[in-house]
Design a protein around this ligand. Sequence first.
Ligand code: BTN
Length: 265
Amino acid sequence: MNQAELQNALSDLPLGDIRYYESITSTNDYAADWINQAPPDLSLVVADEQTRGRGRSGRRWFTPPNSALAFSLVIYPTNEYRRSKLTLYTGLGALAVTQTLERNFNLKPKIKWPNDVLLEGKKVCGILVESHWQGDQLLALILGIGINIAPSSVPQETLTYSATSVEDILGKSTDRINFLKGVLENIVDWRKRINSLEFITAWEQRLAFRGQSMRITLEGQASMQAEIMGLDSLGKLKLQLISGEEIIVQAGEIQIQPLVDSSSI
Ligand code: BTN
């Protein structure tokens, strides 16, 4: 991968500026600095290696060289999406990656709400959307996506979840630029309809554990048993508690785990 190859492969897409780095701390951090120079909408930064890749809740995101896709898009959202933008744009990234896996490789990925893409129940992609404000005015969103392509992109250390890579599942090598192009095409396409029922439905159809009772832990709260019902019109998660009460979960830290021993919940 290099700047010329990227530029060439992505030339048909309505992107802003494109920047490629062999090694960078984090594409989200780079994009955050870039915003000060007001790059065009859908400007893209791609890194072969990230030395301080970031995940949600301050976790590290592993991106060794020659193995993964790590990129961030600068997005200037319009005012109509003011509410729940982080959740909707996380869904946009997840749906775009999921559809690329379906269309390019005939795989059956699932979206673990809000920001993980799973293959065979294991995490293959994570999404980190960050908002940048000037006072109370939203300047831009940064949509950061990390995808494990080669087996070497899967961290060896013990994780709190199981992870895999696209190539582990396919059993053959994958062209990273082609994959990136597919994801970006889907982002451009779905973004036009991000406020539509069609978008929410496409996302909801791919929701992992839908209709299943799971152990849910919301940030700072005790875990509870609840059935995953689906999404509301803003992409928030609808849960039904054992009492029958329905609750809506806002974007934030949520853990969804199988009911290993429901008697202990
Ligand atoms: C998560 O699952 O916790 C989110 C992981 C997001 C990783 C991507 S890789 C590209 C971009 N740059 C970062 O530092 N993080 C995101």
